[in-house]
Design a protein around this ligand. Structure first.
Ligand SMILES: Cc1cc2nc3c(=O)[nH]c(=O)nc-3n(C[C@H](O)[C@H](O)[C@H](O)COP(=O)(O)O)c2cc1C
Ligand SMILES: Nc1ncnc2c1ncn2[C@@H]1O[C@H](COP(=O)(O)OP(=O)(O)O)[C@@H](O)[C@H]1O
Length: 309
């Protein structure tokens, strides 16, 4: 998958793609359906037209974090779906100032040269969100690209949306989130140094920062982990603690993963951690012995959960 960030500098070899437009936060089943429509619509490379940062982050930079995934995690997921060309355009003052017509002309037609575009029925675009899916179809007829308008995909229990997935994660229901995502909810990042306490407790953990991401319910989870690079790259099972570590008066929330049956140095590698089951909230314990006994019990339970998958 090739990634382009400047719509004014897309080479001729990357033009002509068939692409859905959207934020694709989570790359959930609804997103996958529009991606499949774009894949099937034209005999052309499969593209994605998306933005980074998310437009809501641009317009409301101080709002609480809501993203399900970082742009890097989104790119990894899209590459796995067979996307050829990712147009990850910066959402900035220049982009926000495009009227619907200017966006269609300068970005879609001239910049990316898309042959086919797929958007959902509720799609809005351009300055002030004034552009609609029907307007885009009109621009396409004029400017030379086809537009498919997709109906919204619903799951068994209702509409599939990033909002509903966030709500499931906030409740500590990662399986409900996974049913809407079509895959486990994963948190990805680079393994950073913590306070080096874990190894003394017998539970060294691979820590990642969760800044900028929607926080799932804090607590202990059974997890599937993938170390993405470095000498220990591979798949692991584990137990992870998401939160602020009240036992040690932590403040900065992070995700700390203990990998089963592993020892080695993981600092600097990237890890992708899939939340499978919520086991319990974070707690404080009267002694380190009691804390370690609880972590032993957590790991036994997590092994059972993961063995049953
Ligand atoms: C299975 C598991 C359960 C945990 N449960 C708690 C908990 O209930 N309360 C808490 O404060 N920290 C909990 N933690 C986080 C540990 O406090 C943290 O990983 C440890 O202090 C290591 O910190 P460090 O990586 O900064 O050295 C848990 C960690 C694991 C792996
Ligand atoms: N089974 C394991 N699971 C997770 N990390 C491990 C494991 N074994 C060794 N490590 C290494 O130990 C480091 C964590 O040790 P820890 O004492 O918790 O320090 P930190 O506070 O920096 O997280 C990890 O980043 C990794 O390099």
């Amino acid at each position: 998958m090739r990634i382009y960030r400047d719509y004014r500098a897309v080479p001729a070899t990357a033009k002509g793609a068939s692409a859905p437009i959207g934020n694709f936060d989570g790359v959930h089943l609804g997103h996958q359906a529009v991606i499949d429509l774009a894949r099937g619509a034209a005999d052309a490379p499969l593209g994605i037209l998306t933005f980074a940062p998310h437009p809501r982050e641009y317009f409301a930079p101080d709002a609480p974090p809501f993203r399900l995934m970082s742009p890097a995690a989104r790119a990894n997921r899209l590459a796995k779906l067979g996307v050829d060309l990712l147009f990850e355009l910066p959402f900035d003052a220049d982009m926000a100032a495009h009227s619907p017509r200017e966006f269609a002309q300068e970005v879609i037609a001239d910049g990316l040269g898309l042959s086919h575009v797929v958007v959902g029925r509720d799609f809005c675009f351009g300055q002030g969100r004034k552009g609609t899916a029907d307007m885009l179809q009109g621009f396409g007829a004029e400017m030379g690209f086809d537009v498919t308008i997709s109906d919204l995909v619903s799951g068994g229990a209702g509409e599939i949306s990033s909002t509903a997935i966030r709500a499931a994660l906030s409740r500590g229901a990662p399986r409900e989130a996974a049913a809407m995502l079509g895959h486990w909810h994963r948190i990805e990042g680079q393994i950073i140094k913590g306070f080096q306490r874990g190894r003394e407790l017998g539970y060294p953990t691979a820590n990642i920062n969760i800044d900028g991401l929607h926080p799932p319910r804090f607590g202990v989870y059974a997890v599937l982990a993938e170390v993405l690079n470095g000498p220990h790259a591979g798949q692991y099972t584990g137990a992870a603690s998401l939160g602020v570590r009240p036992m040690f008066d932590g403040e900065q929330a992070n995700l700390e993963t203990f990998l089963f049956d592993f020892s080695g140095d993981l600092y600097g590698a990237d890890i992708s951690v899939a939340l499978v089951e919520y086991l319990r909230p974070e707690e404080t314990f009267p002694s380190l012995e009691a804390f370690i006994a609880q972590m032993d019990a957590d790991c036994d339970r997590a092994r059972g959960v993961l063995a049953a998958l």
